[in-house]
Design a protein around this ligand. Sequence first.
Ligand code: DGL
Length: 285
Amino acid sequence: MSDSRPIGVFDSGVGGLTVLREIRHQMPAEALIYLADLEHFPYGPRSQEQVRGLALDIIDMLAGMDTKLVVIACNTATAAALHVARERFDIPVVGVIAPGAQAAAAATRNSRVAVLSTEGTRASGEYVHAIREANPGIAVLSEVAADLVEIVEDGDADTPRADAALRPVLDRIFGWGADTLVLGCTHYPLLRPALQRVIGSRRLRVVDSADTTAARVRRIVAVNRIGAGEVPKPGPQPFAERTEILVTAAPSRFRENAARLFGEPLPDPRLVRPVRQGIRVAAGS
Ligand code: DGL
């Protein structure tokens, strides 16, 4: 039996497309809905309570669109909302922190892992918990670089502006002796060319959660027997196939930036307004 309902994926902006791309690659038969909450971008500096409200409202909307599983393709929103979302919704909800932490624990050889994330993710302590759950012998350095998500969202991921923002952070990471860096924000894999330039000939394993998250989604879909069934041609699938894009603001900016970052056209984004229940709750009204 096959289940043709879509998988929902969301982030504050283009970053979660790094996860969507991997899901597309590993599960080419699945229909996908991607939502970018640009109205509230960036999530990083917001309080946990606020991000939780935003994320729950989006999951509510995606669940109402008959999705069979939702991926929180944002570390900041995973940290703030994953546990509550799993209690509240009766479809599987997958986050990106545990998969990223496991990838880092598997990659390190000297047991020193640096995590680069937004302020919200660092404040939650979720990466430290998840890495030390995977291996309690690993020491973790949590670093924040305030401007990086804006740099990516402004279309400057592969520019001297990105190099300049990364340089002091990487100096601290090398100074501390990490052999592995986990990109604890789904926007950061888009900075890989800049990271390569700044790392230069120094040795550092750079891991992110995109492929481990997609692998987790694939397992959950298989275990619950909710796969789409039909097997199209293997290999990378274009975004335009079986993908719907939703944004809460700035559709044309999103389309241009995403097409430039991923080097392929995306379907035209549709502007949506999730019902903002969570914000009212978070604001105490
Ligand atoms: N892509 C996001 C994350 O993984 C959020 C960035 C932001 O909106 O601050 O944390």
